[in-house]
Design a protein around this ligand. Structure first.
Ligand code: ADP
Ligand code: GLC
Length: 481
C-alpha cells in the first residue's frame, strides 16, 4: 500500500500545533505496519534545514502562475519516513512561520502557496505521475492547506489514486475571494455549491469535503459533532450528507518523544513505579518560573494556543478563586493579545503563584507537562487534542471539557470509575467559568487524598496511547477504498 501523506507541517521538521505531531507520527506508524507512506510538504527554510539526506528528485515545469518547481527527496530525521519537499523560492523561502510572517500577519498569497501544495499532491497521485517509480494508491491530504487536492484530481481527467481528506480542525477553512478559482487553474464551472463554492468564496476545506473519496477526522466524538450546527462552522449540512464516508479515529501520541522515563528536557526522569520523583521536576519548574517553591501547592499547567477554541478565558475568570485556594499556575502559550495580556497581568499581580511564558518553547512545554500536578484544557471544541494525552502519560491528570477528543480520551473521576480503576482525570460539561471552577475544586479535593490521586495518575499512565491501533484503523479505510 502506497500512501502520499500531504501536510503543511510535520514534527520535527516544522511545527505550529497538533497537525505537525500527527504528521510526524502517523506515517511512521503506517510504515511500521508495512505500508509505504511518504510525506509531501512545502519547502520552508526549517524543512529544508532539518531534512535528512536531501536529494533533487525531479523538476516540474511550467506550472501556471509559478513556473518551475523542484521536488527534493529526503527522510524524516528520526523515523526515516521518506519525504518529498516542494522547493520554490518565491513561495516558501521566507522567514516567519508556515502561515504568517514574523509579526504574525498571514501571508497574502496563502491561496497560491497552498493551492500549489494541493496541485502537486494531485500531480503526484495521478497514474501518469512524473515520479514514475512511485505512484500512490491513496493520497491522504490534511486540513484546508491541502484541501484542493481532490478537486485538482477530479479535473485533471487522468486516472488517479483514491483520496482521503483528514480534518484536524473545521474552524480553519481556507476561504478566499472567488478570483482565486481561475488564478489557481480550476474550472470556473466548479465554482458552485456542488463544488468549490462556500458562501460566495472559494473554500479549500469545503472542496476537500466535497471531492474526497473518504473523510477522516481525529476522534469519534468530533466526527459526530461536526455534523451539527453547534460544531459544524456552516459545513454541517454537507458533512451530514457525507456521513457514511466520515471516520473518526482518535489520534495516538509519539510515545518515544513523550516519555517521562527518557525525556531529555526533564531535570529528573520518572515512570509509573517512581512517581515520587515527579516532585523534583515540579520543584525545578517552580524554581525556573519564579514560583514559590512549595511541594504541596497544587500546580496547574497549561500549554496552548491562546484562542477562543481553547477556552482559557474561562480559566482566567476563575483564577482568583483558585489562587485563594493556594493553587499555582504555569502557563505557556501565545495567541489572542487580550488573553496574553490578561494572563500576564495575573502573573504580575501574583508573581509567586502565577508564571506566564508567551511564545513557543518545546523544552518548557515538556517541563510543564511533567512538573505540573494537573493539566487544564477547557476547550470549547477540540477535534482531538494531544496535550491531555501527554498529561495522561506524564502522570499529570487532565481537567478537560467533555468535547471531541477530550471526551474520548479522559475518563472522569467518580466512585464508579475509581472502583473500576478507569478514572484518569476530571471532565466538565458547560463552557462556563462556574463549571470549570467546580470541576477544578473537585480535582483539588482529590489531590488532597494522596492514595486516590496516585491511583488516578497510575490509571492515566497505563492508558494505551500508542499509534498502533489507530494506524491499523487508517489502513482499513485505505484498503476499503
Ligand atoms: P492544537 O493543534 O489545536 O493547537 P493539540 O493539543 O492537538 O492542539 O496540539 C498542540 C501541540 O502544540 C502540542 O504538541 C503542544 O505541546 C504544542 N504547543 C502548543 N503551544 C505550544 C507552545 N507555546 N510551546 C510549545 N509547544 C506548544
Ligand atoms: C488540530 C486540533 C487538535 C488536534 C490536532 C491534531 O490542531 O485543534 O484538537 O489534536 O489538530 O489532529
Amino acid at each position: 500500500m502506497r500512501i502520499l501523506y500531504v501536510t503543511s507541517e510535520a514534527f520535527p521538521l516544522v511545527k505550529t500545533g497538533g497537525l505537525a505531531d500527527v504528521s510526524g507520527s502517523l506515517p511512521a506508524a503506517l510504515k511500521h505496519l508495512g505500508a509505504d507512506a511518504r510525506i509531501l510538504i512545502p519547502g520552508y527554510p526549517q524543512v529544508l534545514a532539518n531534512l535528512r539526506d536531501p536529494q533533487p528528485l525531479i523538476e516540474l515545469k511550467w506550472l501556471p502562475a509559478i513556473g518551475n518547481v523542484q521536488l527534493i527527496g529526503g527522510h524524516m530525521p528520526d523515523t526515516g519516513v521518506p519525504v518529498i519537499v516542494i522547493e520554490h523560492r518565491d513561495l516558501y523561502d521566507r522567514s516567519g512561520g508556515p502561515y504568517s510572517d514574523t509579526l504574525g500577519q498571514e501571508w497574502g498569497d496563502n491561496a497560491l502557496r497552498f493551492g500549489i501544495l494541493s496541485r502537486i499532491a494531485a500531480i503526484l497521485s495521478s497514474k501518469i505521475s512524473p515520479l514514475v517509480d512511485w505512484i500512490p494508491d491513496i493520497v491522504h491530504f490534511n486540513d484546508w492547506q491541502a484541501g484542493l487536492t481532490a478537486a485538482y484530481m477530479r479535473y485533471s481527467g487522468a486516472p488517479h489514486a483514491k483520496s482521503v481528506l483528514g480534518i484536524h480542525n473545521l474552524a480553519f477553512q481556507g476561504n478566499f475571494p472567488p478570483e482565486w478559482v481561475e488564478k489557481l487553474g480550476l474550472p470556473r464551472q466548479a465554482f458552485a455549491p456542488e463544488g468549490l463554492e462556500f458562501y460566495g468564496h472559494l473554500s479549500f476545506l469545503k472542496a476537500g469535503i466535497y471531492y474526497a473519496d473518504a473523510i477522516t477526522t481525529v476522534s469519534p466524538s468530533y466526527a459526530r459533532e461536526i455534523q451539527t450546527a453547534e460544531y459544524g462552522f456552516g459545513l454541517q449540512g454537507l458533512l451530514a450528507h457525507r456521513a457514511r464516508d466520515i471516520h473518526g479515529i482518535l489520534n495516538g501520541i509519539d510515545t518515544q518523544e513523550w516519555n517521562p522515563a527518557k525525556d531529555p528536557y526533564l531535570p529528573q526522569n520518572y515512570d509509573g513505579n517512581s512517581l515520587d520523583k515527579k516532585v523534583r521536576v515540579k520543584q525545578a519548574l517552580q524554581q525556573r518560573s519564579g514560583l514559590h517553591e512549595d511541594a504541596a501547592a497544587p500546580l496547574l499547567g497549561v500549554v496552548s494556543r491562546l484562542t477562543h477554541q481553547k477556552g482559557l478565558d474561562l480559566l482566567l475568570h476563575c483564577a482568583p478563586a483558585l489562587l485563594e485556594q493556594g493553587c499555582q499556575l504555569a502557563l505557556l502559550g501565545s495567541g489572542d493579545p487580550a488573553l496574553e495580556q490578561g494572563f500576564m497581568l495575573l502573573a504580575q499581580q501574583h508573581p509567586r503563584q502565577v508564571s506566564v511564558s508567551i511564545g513557543y518553547n518545546e523544552a518548557l512545554s515538556h517541563h510543564i507537562m511533567a512538573g505540573a500536578d494537573m493539566f487544564v484544557m477547557p476547550s470549547r471544541f477540540e477535534p482531538c487534542g494531544l496535550n491531555q494525552m501527554y498529561g495522561l502519560r506524564y502522570g499529570t491528570p487532565p481537567v478537560v471539557r467533555r468535547t471531541g477528543g477530550l471526551a474520548d480520551s479522559v475518563m472522569d473521576t467518580n466512585e464508579f470509575t475509581l472502583n473500576r480503576k478507569t478514572a484518569t482525570g476530571f471532565v466538565f460539561d458547560l463552557a462556563t467559568p462556574e463549571d470549570l471552577l467546580a470541576t477544578l475544586l473537585r480535582a483539588l479535593a482529590s489531590y488532597g487524598d494522596k492514595n486516590q490521586w496516585s491511583a488516578i495518575q497510575t490509571n492515566g499512565m497505563k492508558t494505551d496511547l500508542d499509534w498502533n491501533r489507530s494506524a491499523q484503523a487508517y489502513l482499513e479505510i485505505y484498503r476499503s477504498l
